[in-house]
Design a protein around this ligand. Structure first.
Ligand SMILES: Nc1ncnc2c1ncn2[C@@H]1O[C@H](COP(=O)(O)OP(=O)(O)OP(=O)(O)O)[C@@H](O)[C@H]1O
Length: 382
């Protein structure tokens, strides 16, 4: 979290401000109450001082990427995005009351919890990669916990296209979770560097410290940390409940040579699922979108620098409302315009006409009563 005071919360129509939730490098996050439908939401607002064409590009990409991916059960849900009255772009997101996994120093995760979070986040990243998106900022503070305590991946603020990530882009590096090739600025992101960042994140959750910090808690400068990452000497987690197979999986993810790492996030998830099975846990389900989903939809435009806003339908005035009501009345008086169409499975879907149904029902009842009376007369019951 950034060490500065949060900015002034924006005035947003349809939302009531509650309190600040956190501060990042480019944005503040506030808790708001949405008026209709009524719910608590987290609103991420870009800092006024950073809004320029490049930041707008990143914001548009983040909104589009999260909207595309947020049907995944382990990716934070985004509800909408817009620009506040004072010109700050904002995202309205699912509120995660159970905080980020960023508290790993005080509360390291148990092995079963870390494995479950690991498989869920690996599934989310595999889905992002299949949609052609790199997250580029995998770290504990970007894993939040929903109201149901499920781990979700958030903050696609510096995400980029898998095919076009460029060194010219504005790029914020979170050093402790950055792969050696990223620290050396040889790349701004690849699937292999995501695998490294994912391994370093999982290591941090288990060890209560990042993988290249000295185990004795001695302080190091950022430059010293970069050097330790570049040397890439893996220090196994010594906790007795962390099996050797889990240390081996993490060491493979954090191999100095990117070619020696698991090839995909799905491969990472499978390594973790194998550890779960080995220690008697039910492996967490791998939730990856089907290929048809990844192929559908236009590619995300990572170069859009415009101030975009959603289209808002104007509220009709009194006279236009009366006109609209009159139009609706005349529409309902007209006969149906289109003939019923057969559905794909051959069933014809048609809207029944209620008055006609009642007539049929009344006729059926009449005929039934008539037949019963005739029958009883024939049996001499009267
Ligand atoms: N949906 C949310 N629900 C609850 N708290 C949130 C939510 N999103 C973010 N936060 C809180 O706000 C903080 C800032 O979030 P943000 O995504 O802007 O930045 P960050 O990841 O901490 O930093 P940076 O973007 O600089 O890497 C988070 O650390 C978290 O504590």
């Amino acid at each position: 979290m950034a060490s500065r005071l949060p900015s002034t919360p924006p005035v947003l129509s349809g939302f009531t401000y509650v309190r600040p939730l956190g501060a990042g490098g480019f944005a503040d996050v506030f808790l708001f109450e949405q008026n209709l439908p009524r719910r608590s939401v987290a609103v991420k607002v870009l800092l006024q001082s950073v809004v320029d064409a490049e930041v707008l590009r990143m914001f548009n990409a983040e909104a589009d990427v999260m909207a595309r991916l947020s049907s995944h059960p382990s990716i934070l849900t985004v509800y909408s995005a817009s620009i506040s009255a004072d010109g700050r772009p904002y995202l309205v997101m699912e509120y995660c009351p159970n905080g980020p996994a960023g508290r790993f120093r005080r509360n390291p995760f148990s092995t079963p919890d870390a494995l479950e979070v690991g498989v869920r986040i690996a599934s989310a990243l595999e889905t992002a990669h299949r949609a052609g998106v790199l997250h580029r900022d995998i770290k504990p503070s970007n894993i939040l916990h929903t109201a149901y305590n499920a781990a979700v991946l958030s903050d696609f603020g510096i995400a980029s296209s898998l095919s076009h990530s460029s060194a010219a882009e504005l790029f914020a590096m979170s050093v402790p979770w950055s792969a050696p090739e990223v620290v050396e600025e040889r790349t701004t992101g690849t699937v292999a560097s995501e695998v490294w960042g994912f391994g370093a994140t999982l290591y941090s959750l288990l060890a209560g410290r990042t993988p290249f910090e000295p185990a004795d808690g001695a302080k190091v400068t950022t430059e010293q940390l970069r050097q330790r990452i570049r040397r890439g000497k893996y220090a196994p987690i010594t906790r007795p409940d962390v099996p050797a197979s889990l240390n081996a999986a993490l060491a493979q993810m954090m191999s100095l040579d990117p070619r020696k790492r698991p090839k995909t996030m799905k491969d990472c998830a499978e390594l973790l699922r194998a550890v779960q099975a080995e220690i008697g846990l039910t492996p967490t389900a791998l939730e990856v979108a089907v290929d048809e989903w990844a192929a559908a939809g236009a590619p995300i435009d990572f170069d859009n620098r415009l101030m975009r806003q959603p289209v808002v339908a104007p509220v009709l005035g009194e006279s236009s409302r009366a006109r609209e009501r009159a139009r609706a009345r005349s529409r309902s008086a007209r006969p149906p315009e289109a003939a019923p169409q057969p559905s794909d499975d051959g069933t014809t879907v048609a809207r029944a006409k209620p008055s006609y149904l009642w007539l049929k029902l009344a006729a059926a009842v009449g005929v039934g009563v008539g037949l019963a009376v005739a029958g009883m007369a024939a049996l001499r019951l009267f």
